[in-house]
Design a protein around this ligand. Structure first.
Ligand code: XIL
Length: 338
């Protein structure tokens, strides 16, 4: 079997999200196919900084370090995911005694957390998703139900950017001026969310605080139109930032569909192959034009995918290029032969 990483070397690094466990259960497939990696959960706040406090005892770097060490043994680059997100962040971050922590206290904790991670992973993680999913799906709006927004959501500089977003990028820049800073989000390839993301990137870019945008790429075999994805890549790149696809997987279920299937029907496998093929054609063309610099899958094979529990708990999905036995699916063919 040919290697994705080798075939795509002229275009971009090919990555996968991993857990320490999947380095074992999917290790040989990963070693043969990717040259970049991201922690599916191990660098998120609740995993790496579960207890309150800022001293070394408050952090638990073991799971993340396992991934970084494996990556370094295999010469892979490592993306950092993520520093500030409304999910998988412990409630102590936003509390003080029985009440809510002050804006200053929450921002202080954020600054310490960001500095601790950037120092710990300095030189081994080349970029960070500094803020994940700050935009709401509602037209042109911030995610106001985020505890970060509640604590420090007001703008402070007239650009409309919530303070917590601005500070996260400032703290990260200060902690390690050499690491690349990304904004990462889903459904930013079209519509109001694209417009909102472009405004955010423009504002951060004018302050020199952002280097790249991650388009997550949690899509389906039915949408989006690959030309919409191209348009988004071109639009972000025109602002002078790097663009990556950071969490690629194509569910075989339409958005909103809660039905389940006993196995992957061949017709859907064909459709998936077609959609993956069309997307990678756009990715190659945009990479050649200097506008796309990385593609990371959210997993590698269908035996381990978060979509088995999202959006329908316990429903099997088949979103990746390799099947549950880690053999190449039809989509592997359309991605590797053109
Ligand atoms: C998901 C993980 O894959 C799951 O294991 C975890 O239970 C929830 O988070 N957008 C992101 C990722 O930015 O961090 C999410 O990862 C998937 C959606």
């Amino acid at each position: 079997m040919t290697s994705l990483a080798t075939i795509y070397r002229p275009y971009f690094p090919v990555g996968a999200a991993v857990e320490p466990e999947t380095l074992t259960t999917q290790g040989s497939l990963l070693v043969s196919q990717v040259n970049s990696v991201v922690a599916e959960n191990a660098m998120k706040w609740e995993c790496i900084h579960p207890s309150s406090g800022s001293g070394p005892a408050a952090y638990d770097f073991r799971r993340a370090d396992t991934i970084v060490e494996f990556a370094s043994r295999h010469g892979w680059s490592v993306r950092g995911h993520n520093l500030v997100w409304h999910q998988q962040c412990p409630s102590w971050v936003f509390q003080e005694g029985a009440g809510s922590a002050s804006r200053e206290r929450v921002l202080g904790r954020m600054r310490e957390h960001i500095a601790a991670l950037l120092v710990h992973f300095r030189g081994s993680v080349y970029c960070w998703d500094v803020v994940n999913e700050a935009l709401s799906e509602r037209a042109g709006s911030w995610r106001v139900d985020s505890p970060w927004f509640r604590a420090a959501g007001a703008e402070v500089d007239g650009t409309g950017v919530p303070e917590y977003v601005l500070r996260a990028f400032q703290y990260a820049r200060a902690a390690d001026p050499s690491v690349q800073l990304f904004y990462n989000d889903y459904r930013i390839e079209s519509g109001d969310k694209l417009r909102g993301a472009l405004e955010l990137v423009r504002a951060l870019r004018s302050k020199g605080l952002i280097d790249g945008v991650g388009i997550q790429g949690h899509w389906t075999i039915f949408e989006p139109d690959p030309e919409d994805v191209r348009h988004a890549i071109v639009s972000f790149a025109s602002l002078g930032v790097k663009v990556q696809i950071t969490e690629l997987d194509l569910s075989v279920f339409r958005s909103g569909d809660s039905a389940s299937l006993p196995a992957l029907p061949s017709e859907l496998e064909r459709r998936q192959a077609k959609q993956y093929g069309a997307l990678f054609k756009v990715f190659r063309e945009e990479a050649q034009a200097g506008r796309l610099s990385g593609v990371t899958f959210w997993g590698i094979a269908d035996d381990h995918t978060w979509l088995d529990d999202y959006p329908v708990k316990g429903r099997k999905d088949w979103p990746l290029l390799f099947d549950t036995a880690q053999r190449p699916k039809s989509a592997y063919g359309t991605v590797t032969q053109w």
